[in-house]
Design a protein around this ligand. Structure first.
Ligand code: ATP
Length: 196
C-alpha cells in the first residue's frame, strides 16, 4: 500500500488538509498526536525518557512532567535531539503497527507530521506532500487558534526548516492560501495516488 507523508509549517493547515483526505476515506496517522500519547503509554519510550532526563520526568501517577522536560530541551538542541532520538523510533513502531491494521482495500495512507523532513521520516514514505501558505497567514492562523503572540509563533517557525528547504524534499504541493481551492487540489492528488 502506498504511504504518503504530509507536512507543512506551523499554521500551514496540514491538519485541515488531512481532514479533507479523511472525508475521501483515506486513513491518516497523526504522528504528533500519537507521539504525545506514546510519551505516557509506551514503556520503552518512558524508560528511555526517565534514564535520559531523570525519574522526575514523570509524576508518581504516571503523568508526564512537561515542565521538567520542557525546561531541559527548550533552547537546547543537544537535549532536544536526545528526546527526538527516543520519540521518533517509538512513533515509527506505532506507525508500522497502525499500518498493519489497515484493510488492503484502502488505496493509500497518509502520515501527518510537523517535522516529517527534519526527522528524516519522509524517507520511509513513498511520496511526500508539502502544504504551504504565506508566512503572515500562518502567523495569524496560529495566533487565533492558540491565543499566542506573533513573536511566539515566529519562535516556533524558526525551529523548523523553511518552506524552501522542505520544497526540495517534497513530491507534491498543496497551496492553502485563502481563496485557493484546497478541496480541488486534494481531489487532484487523490486521483493521482489512485492511479499509482
Ligand atoms: P500545526 O503545525 O500548528 O499543528 P497545522 O499546519 O496543522 O498547524 P491547522 O491546525 O490545520 O494547521 O490550521 C491552523 C488554523 O488555521 C486552524 O485554526 C484552522 O482551522 C485554520 N485554517 C487552516 N486552513 C484554513 C483555510 N483554508 N481556511 C480557513 N482557515 C484555515
Amino acid at each position: 500500500m502506498l504511504k504518503v507523508g504530509i507536512t507543512g509549517g506551523i499554521g500551514s493547515g496540514k491538519t485541515t488538509v488531512c481532514k479533507v483526505f479523511e472525508t475521501l476515506g483515506i486513513p491518516v496517522f497523526y504522528a504528533d498526536a500519537v507521539a504525545k500519547q506514546l510519551m505516557v503509554t509506551d514503556l520503552i519510550l518512558m524508560d528511555g525518557v526517565k534514564s535520559t532526563f531523570g525519574q522526575e520526568s514523570y509524576f508518581e501517577n504516571g503523568i508526564l512532567n512537561n515542565k521538567h522536560i520542557a525546561g531541559i530541551v527548550f533552547n537546547n538542541q543537544l537535549e532536544l535531539d536526545k528526546l527526538n532520538a527516543l520519540v521518533h523510533p517509538a512513533v515509527f513502531r506505532a506507525f508500522d503497527k497502525w499500518a498493519l491494521a489497515i484493510p488492503s482495500s484502502v488505496p493509500y495512507t497518509l502520515k501527518e507530521a510537523a517535522l516529517l523532513f527534519e526527522s528524516g521520516s519522509y524517507k520511509m514514505c513513498d511520496k511526500n506532500i508539502l502544504v504551504t501558505a504565506p508566512l503572515t497567514l500562518k502567523i495569524s492562523r496560529v495566533m487565533q487558534r492558540d491565543a499566542v503572540s506573533a513573536e511566539q509563533v515566529q519562535a516556533r517557525i524558526d525551529k523548523q526548516f523553511t518552506d524552501q528547504q522542505k520544497a526540495k524534499m517534497a513530491d507534491y504541493f498543496i497551496d492553502n492560501t485563502e481563496n485557493t481551492s484546497v478541496i480541488l487540489q486534494v481531489l487532484d492528488l487523490h486521483q493521482q495516488f489512485l492511479n499509482q
